[in-house]
Design a protein around this ligand. Structure first.
Ligand SMILES: Nc1nc2c(ncn2[C@@H]2O[C@H](COP(=O)(O)OP(=O)(O)OP(=O)(O)O)[C@@H](O)[C@H]2O)c(=O)[nH]1
Ligand SMILES: [Mg+2]
Length: 387
């Protein structure tokens, strides 16, 4: 009897959806879309058939691809057909359009790989399938079929900051410490398996978005761990924030123990193998878990190593050496667990680097603090001329 109950209970447990399968994050969806057929014209009165409706997607901040998938999976998304011309209505009404809400950062690909467009802003639209024109004299009053094809919606997160690091380095802990996001944190590798986005808010209401990604390990480019395909989500971030565990990392007793500096170089190498362009982005290195005793020396060692990395590189094992070493704008020690001043300093640093970047890419934007410095200097200069 007990055995039967246990078996039934176990079967019930198995049916429960696992949490990670319920996650809202999905970054690629394939759909079949079909524009409406144009209505027929009326030859006797020269009537025009209505235009077939279109299927289009529109950008919406809080939309997600999982909802799109749930709504349209296995079905053809079809727009309405154009109305036929009648004796009482010479020009037929156009067919109804179908609107699909998609998150910002979506690129639309056709089956043959052609890019149909991308959605970067709220309200931006891309036509997925055009409706056929209605029948006119030129088309012998016959409406045409609308476009029909498979398309792929591919999402690349748009965030100001992208977090990259080995598993367990404290990426999610940092996201939690710096924003209101509530990511899962645990003391085992690959706790995060899908990207998360958080918002860092400042006292003056400025907001910066930050994306937490799954952990990357050596060999990710040959699909070790979770692979490195999720690195596509840092392609559209402005600054890379590397997080390294000051104690280093060892995946299992079978794997080699990597020091903190080695993990940073290995991250560099994996990024390079994914897309060497990523190394051109401004980057900050945050050495985490500085609350642990005896870690100050490691941080100093890393700072010194990056002052002349090429000479240090020769002393490192061959498998950790990247072709090109990333140039960090800043190297900072933090403790995501205890929060405190180090997190506040990092928060201000991220903001400053983003402002500098905005100024570099658009000279019309001037950093407010620079404006303040400039005006102070001007006042001083004028004052000295008067005296
Ligand atoms: N002592 C100390 N422990 C920390 C700190 N930051 C994170 N941890 C611990 O490190 C472990 C891993 O933290 P996570 O934030 O889950 O690490 P992660 O980089 O997101 O890991 P993955 O999602 O697996 O890639 C947890 O047990 C945290 O409590 C820190 O500043 N100091
Ligand atoms: Mg995590």
């Amino acid at each position: 009897m007990v055995f039967i109950f246990r078996t039934l209970f176990a079967a019930k447990e198995l049916k429960k959806p696992r949490n990670y399968l319920r996650s809202k994050f999905l970054d690629s969806v394939r759909l079949h879309v079909k524009g409406g057929t144009g209505g027929t014209g009326l030859p006797k009165f020269g009537g025009l058939g209505g235009q077939g409706g279109c299927v289009y997607c529109v950008g919406k901040e809080d939309a997600n691809l999982k909802t799109v998938m749930g709504r349209h999976r296995g079905k053809t998304v079809s727009a309405g057909h154009g109305e036929d011309s009648r004796k009482t209505k010479i020009v037929g009404n156009p067919g109804s359009d179908v609107r699909i809400e998609v998150p910002l950062g979506v690129t639309v690909y056709r089956e043959d790989g052609k890019v149909l467009g991308s959605i970067d802003k709220e309200g931006e639209t891309v036509i997925l399938a055009r409706g056929g024109p209605g029948g006119t004299e030129e088309s012998n009053f016959l409406g045409r079929f609308g476009q029909a094809h498979h398309i792929r919606l591919d999402l690349k997160l748009i965030a100001d900051i992208g977090l990259v690091g080995f598993p367990n380095a404290g990426k999610s802990s940092l996201l939690k410490a710096i924003s209101r996001a509530q990511p899962k944190i645990a003391n085992y590798p690959f706790t995060t398996i899908k990207p998360n986005k958080g918002i860092i808010s400042y006292k003056d209401l400025r907001q910066i978005s930050i994306a937490d990604l799954p952990g990357l390990i050596e060999g990710a480019h040959i699909n070790v761990g979770l692979g490195h395909s999720f690195l596509k989500h840092v392609e559209r971030t402005k600054i890379l924030l590397f997080i390294a565990d000051v104690q280093g990392f060892q995946l299992s007793p079978k794997h080699p123990m990597r020091s903190c500096l080695e993990t940073v170089l290995l991250l560099n190498k994996e990024l390079e193998l994914y897309d060497s362009e990523l190394l051109q982005k401004p980057a900050i290195l945050a050495v985490n878990k500085m609350d642990l005793p005896g870690t100050e020396d490691t941080l100093q060692h890393i700072k010194e190593a990056f002052r002349d990395i090429n000479s240090v590189l020769d002393t490192m094992p061959e498998e950790v050496r990247p072709e090109n070493v990333i140039c960090f704008n800043d190297i900072i020690g933090i403790s995501a667990l205890t929060k405190g001043q180090s997190i506040e300093d990092l928060k201000q640093l991220l903001r400053k680097r983003l402002d500098d970047l905005a100024e570099e890419t658009d000279p019309n934007i001037v950093h407010p603090s620079k404006l303040f410095r400039q005006s102070k200097a001007l006042v001083r200069e004028r004052g000295s001329k008067v005296t």
